[in-house]
Design a protein around this ligand. Sequence first.
Ligand SMILES: [Zn+2]
Length: 305
Amino acid sequence: MAFAHKLAWAAALTLACQGGQAAPADQPITEFNCSSCKEWNAPQKPFNIYGNTWYVGTAELSALLITSPKGHILLDGALPQSAPLIEKNIKALGFKLKDVKLIVNSHEHFDHAGGIAALQRRSGAIVAASAIGARVLQAGVIGKDDLQYQPDQDPRIDKVPKVQVVGEGETLAVGGLALTAHMTPGHAPGGTTWTWTSCEHGRCLDMVYADSLTPVSADSFRFTEAPAAVAALRASIAKVAALKCDVVVSTHPGFTDVMAKLQARKGDTNPFIDAEGCRNYAAGATKRLDERLASESANGALPKK
Ligand SMILES: [Zn+2]
């Protein structure tokens, strides 16, 4: 599948999941109100990305574990119903959920933040997010500043009682691990890309967990009428492209070909190491945004879902 096609596919699915019935706290988001969630939440065997960085997410929703002898960091919690799968994956790798000391979020949408509350309760970890992300995690509902906001939306995110706020360039430490926040608003107002270093046999690489950069919105929103929204997304795309980046994993693994790279991994060859990974991801995001703008201009309406 071409990258743009994959982005369009994911954008349509994400948007499709915005309507429907309210889900009570800790209840799975069901097929009734999210036709794609079952597919997104298909189990995935955990695997190593590089060094102490592991993929512990589901088939189509990323979650990463960065490990140390003095505690681990978990990036994202996927859907509420993903939490048991993520816990199982952490155990399958020989690690303990109780050793997760910090959970961070890429952005405050139900498919990346929905499982955080359950994983926090089970681990006792500190949860950290951008200021807007923290506000949404604590409120359990996205704000009017989110392009996907709809007045009749679901309270999709299980509330997280306490969230530590991180700012641009701030680094969070767990044991010897150091995780840095880069604000990448656009897809979601609290969007955050995270960077750290992982080493293998003395070779240390720049790791990136890149936030979603897709122009997904409520039906009534027009990017062509919102230059600030376009500028924010373009600035975040440029920021991701400019990061020191040897290995990139995106919030939906398909955006950065995670499963294809896993399949191609053989012997000493690690396809996750890709100096062009962040720039390619950014280029695909620019293409998708340009297509959205062209489509709005041509049709005066959003692309057909
Ligand atoms: Zn999203």
